[in-house]
Every structure is written in structure tokens, then in C-alpha cells.
Design a protein around this ligand. Structure first.
Ligand code: SAM
Ligand code: SF4
Ligand code: SF4
Length: 339
């Protein structure tokens, strides 16, 4: 990529990372993301014709990569493996000239079915979400009674086809902080990097309260007490997880501390929802409708110019300002924006 193709926002942050949500539907109802009371049978999920088609996503991805400096694409949702034939999309995106990395975030239960075709389509990495190794607890967190073994089978299926794997665990006080050590031990043994994520105030449905955030400091202390760890350097500038390793080994863990230790100053991510709305922050109240632009007769250059203008004006730093935001405002739900 050529330096001239980089676009910068108001605070001089480049655009490097694009997360694409391919569906707002999910086979789980995680309490911190899509609580079943709100995301019930009558919830107005997007209709088929509202979703960007794979052709439209490919066209936008090409513009983001070749004209705007994006290097990494992550496919997410909702549950991305619920969208029909998502391997076709991976295959199209992985062939775009200039892309460095393509990954997916999934709850993992459909991986035994799809891991092989995803790998063959060009997928490099998967982040698989799992919050507990206890069936009863996990079943109540995922809101559907899905057993832990369904996710572990997905992890094994991904490993068997050679996908690189990370495990994401959301930690919420009173919900699963006692699972930090069992999860750390289990995945250390398995050889997969485990990343702990602070419970975040995304959307307005998950009853978020600062008191429920089990902080990065607490997570680190919990682990260090049992298995001593030390910080290590980020892999690249702007990496969201702070990395640690078990002392005397090269086995590592990560912590994503969006609440207690904001990383807005290096945030280089844009998010595209399943209906083609571009968001410049995970905690945005509104986005920019690219579907309307892409469905009218605009050239790729016009699309690139429109996105450049959006990014140039970006002033988001929600996590830095969180404590100043005293009044609750409408925010986009996690299942829509894709995490
Ligand atoms: N369904 C897929 C999954 O669960 O991996 C992909 C979408 S999900 C929205 C992406 C990630 O966001 C998951 O790792 C999930 O645990 C995380 N997440 C959802 N709600 C969250 C919240 N309120 N705070 C922190 N992380 C959250
Ligand atoms: Fe579904 Fe992922 Fe949200 Fe859980 S975190 S409800 S699996 S989208
Ligand atoms: Fe980026 Fe917004 Fe998160 Fe800050 S709060 S790191 S700007 S997504």
C-alpha cells in the first residue's frame, strides 16, 4: 500500500481496520449482548433486501483496501455463520489485491460444519467467544442453554483445519469472574491465546453499570496471584489487547480494557453494519448510510470520496470521555454494529 492512500481523521488516526457485520441475527441470546427479553420473536431484525449483498460488500471492501488504506478485515455479526454461504464472501474478500489479513469473530457452534470451507476460502484467523467452562453457567449466559462442548467442538474443528485461534471471554462482575482461572488454565494447556474483555456499555439493552465491570487490573491480579504473568510489547501499534505472558514461557494472554483503560488515541477501526451503515465508533449513536450511496449510480471514486469525508471529520473518543457522559443516550446495539 502506498502512503498516499491513507486517510486520517480529525485527530490524525489512520483508517486501517474494517469490521463488517453480515447479519444482525444470532443463535445465542447472551445476556450482555442480546438479552432474550428484548431480542424476542417480535424483534425487528433486518429483512433480506435490507442487507448488503456479497457483491456490495466486496465492492466496498475493495474501495476500503485499495483507496483508503484498510489492511485488515474482520467478519462479524450477530452470528456471522448464520448468514448463508458466508465462505463465498470470505473467498471474494481474500482475493482483493492489497489485503493483509482476514479474520472472523464467531460463537463457534457452527464451526464443525463450516471450518473446512472457511479455511479453503482464505480465512486466516478466528476469534471464538466463550465465557465459562461450566455448562450450567454458560447455558444461562448464552440464553439458549447451549453446552460448553458445542463451542469446544468448534474450537477443535477450527484447529484441525489450521485456522489461527484466539478465545474471547467477556468478564462481568457477579457473572463469571470465578471462571477466569479455570479458563486461563484450560486454554494455556490447549495452546490457544485467551483474551479477557471488560463488560462494555454498548447499546442500551444490556443493563450496563460501571459496578459490574471487572477491570483489567482485577483480571491481571486474579491471574498473577495463581500463575505469575508479565506485560509484553504490542504486536503492532494500535493493538487493542494488552498482552501478557506467563513468566518464563512464551504462552500469552490478552486483556481488552475498553472501560478502565481507554485506547481511543490509537483507534483505527471503522464498522460496517449488515445494512450498510458505516460507524466510526463502537459507541456511536448514528452512522452513515453507504447502502444508499452504493445503490445509486455512484462511481468507486465517488464512494471513496464520500468515505474519506466521513473519516476526515471523525472526532470519536467515547471511552476517554465515558465518565463525563452523565446522561444516557441512544447507542447502536452490539449485534447490529458487530463488536
Ligand atoms: N456472535 C459472534 C461472537 O459472539 O463471537 C460475533 C459477534 S459478538 C457481538 C462479538 C464479540 O463481542 C464477542 O466476543 C462478544 O463476547 C463481545 N461482546 C458482546 N457484547 C459485549 C459487551 N457488552 N461487552 C463486551 N463484549 C461484548
Ligand atoms: Fe450472539 Fe455473539 Fe451477541 Fe452472543 S455475543 S448474542 S453470540 S452476537
Ligand atoms: Fe475507538 Fe470509539 Fe472504542 Fe474509542 S470508544 S476505542 S474511538 S471505538
Amino acid at each position: 500500500m502506498n502512503e498516499n492512500e491513507t486517510v486520517y481523521d480529525y485527530f490524525n488516526r489512520p483508517l486501517r481496520d474494517l469490521r463488517i457485520s453480515v447479519t444482525d441475527k444470532c443463535n445465542f441470546r447472551c445476556t450482555y449482548c442480546m438479552p432474550a427479553e428484548i431480542f424476542g420473536p417480535d424483534y425487528p431484525f433486518l429483512k433480506r433486501n435490507e442487507l448488503l449483498s456479497y457483491e456490495e460488500i466486496e465492492r466496498l471492501s475493495t474501495i476500503f483496501i485499495q483507496s483508503l488504506g484498510v489492511q485488515k478485515i474482520r467478519i462479524t455479526g450477530g452470528e456471522p455463520l448464520m448468514r448463508k454461504d458466508v465462505a463465498t464472501l470470505i473467498s471474494r474478500i481474500s482475493k482483493i489485491n492489497g489485503i493483509d489479513d482476514i479474520a472472523m469473530t464467531t460463537n463457534g457452534v457452527l464451526l464443525p460444519k463450516y471450518a473446512k470451507e472457511l479455511k479453503e476460502a482464505g480465512l486466516k484467523r478466528v476469534s471464538i467467544s466463550l465465557d465459562s467452562l461450566d455448562d450450567h453457567l454458560f447455558g444461562s449466559i448464552n440464553g439458549r442453554g447451549v453446552p460448553v462442548s458445542a463451542v469446544l467442538d468448534g474450537i477443535d474443528a477450527a484447529a484441525a483445519v489450521g485456522l489461527k485461534i484466539k478465545i474471547n471471554m467477556v468478564v462481568k462482575r457477579g457473572m463469571n469472574e470465578h471462571e477466569i482461572i479455570p479458563m486461563a488454565k484450560y486454554f494455556r494447556e490447549k495452546g490457544h491465546i485467551l483474551r479477557f474483555i471488560e463488560f462494555m456499555d454498548v447499546g442500551n439493552s444490556n443493563q450496563w453499570n460501571l459496578k459490574d465491570v471487572f477491570s483489567k487490573k482485577e483480571i491481571i491480579e486474579t491471574i498473577h496471584h495463581v500463575m505469575p504473568i508479565e506485560p509484553i510489547e504490542p504486536n503492532y501499534p494500535g493493538e487493542v489487547a494488552t498482552r501478557y505472558r506467563y513468566i518464563g514461557t512464551d504462552e500469552e494472554i490478552g486483556v481488552i480494557s475498553s472501560v478502565s483503560d481507554a485506547f481511543c488515541s490509537s483507534c483505527n477501526r471503522a464498522r460496517l453494519s449488515a445494512n450498510g451503515t458505516l460507524y466510526t465508533c463502537l459507541f456511536a449513536s448514528k452512522g452513515h448510510d453507504l447502502r444508499e450511496i452504493i445503490r445509486s449510480t455512484h462511481s468507486d471514486q465517488e464512494l471513496a470520496d464520500a468515505i474519506t469525508e466521513i473519516w476526515n471529520k471523525r472526532k470519536d473518543k467515547y471511552s476517554i470521555d465515558r465518565s463525563k457522559n452523565k446522561t444516557e443516550r441512544k447507542k447502536i446495539e452490539m449485534s447490529h454494529i458487530g463488536g
